[in-house]
Design a protein around this ligand. Structure first.
Ligand code: URA
Length: 263
């Protein structure tokens, strides 16, 4: 929540002091109502602020959010097959943001969205080896031999995957729950790694990316990244540390506070 005069200043309408004068002269509306008194706060994601009848938004501000993507949404801004896109889940954000990287239509979990092109480049460029962790429910049992194969790399389309961290989390009714950490981003990589060892992925959830953790963010909901989280992401590519190392250094064993938003 921001004070209305600060919001107007962020939109470039006037300085904070100038905005106070505009407010008292009745030229500013919040959600259709003229506001003349000082001290009113606005939710920059949800409230509609108008100046002289025109909606104003802080367009140039960098926005960083984490969405818990449900299955059944594409991670593009629009879809030529008219499927639901993740953009419909973040429609109240007052800027043109877009997804960083991809998750399959059926994959759930952590998806970063931003309007920061530099950061998108850092997170997605293969040279930065950004780690992504998935929990997968797969068919069948996983033997020690299969685990060794998955860890060492399996061949997909004639090319071996890089070594991965792979653990068994437990048994499920239909098979096994697995945790997989990779730093490559090949198309449907986790699903195809399991196919290569004769298993089918029944459910796939990304739980971590670049040191960020999905935590208890409810499915279909989003939250803004905290300042320490954004700072951590901005360090990607600045040294030889992996994103997971940077996360451990900044947050230690602590869980990053997860302030999920109610809609
Ligand atoms: N691996 C997959 O198979 N699918 C995803 O969406 C992400 C990683």
């Amino acid at each position: 929540m921001l004070r209305l005069q600060k919001y107007l200043a962020d939109c470039g309408v006037a300085s904070r002091r100038g905005a106070e004068a505009l407010i008292s002269s009745g030229r500013v509306r919040v959600n259709g109502e003229v506001v003349r008194e000082m001290g009113v706060k606005v939710d920059e994601d949800r409230d509609i602020v108008e100046f002289d009848g025109q909606r104003v938004r802080p367009q140039n501000k960098m926005i960083y959010i984490m969405l818990n993507k449900p299955a059944g949404f594409v991670t593009t801004v629009s879809d030529d097959k008219d499927r639901d896109t993740v953009m419909s889940l973040v429609s109240e954000i007052p800027a043109r943001i877009y997804p960083v990287g991809r998750l399959d239509y059926d994959t759930e979990g952590l998806l970063i969205l931003t309007n920061d092109g530099d950061l998108t480049y850092k997170i997605t460029h293969p040279k930065n080896n950004v780690e992504k962790t998935y929990e997968a429910e797969v068919t069948g049992n996983i033997s020690m031999d299969t685990l060794t194969k998955l860890r060492g790399g399996v061949v997909i389309d004639g090319v071996r995957t890089s070594p991965a961290k792979v653990e068994v989390l437990g048994a499920t009714r239909l098979g096994t729950r697995m945790k997989v950490t990779i730093h490559e981003g090949r198309n449907r990589q986790v699903r195809r790694m399991f196919e290569a060892v004769g298993c089918i992925v029944k459910r796939l959830v990304r739980t971590e990316e670049a040191g960020l953790k999905l935590g208890h963010l409810p499915r279909g909901k989003w939250r803004r990244l905290t300042e320490p989280e954004v700072n951590m992401l901005k360090k990607i590519g600045t040294g030889r540390k992996s994103s997971a190392d940077v996360s451990r250094e900044m947050f230690g064993g602590r869980r990053i506070v997860n302030r999920s938003r109610k809609k």
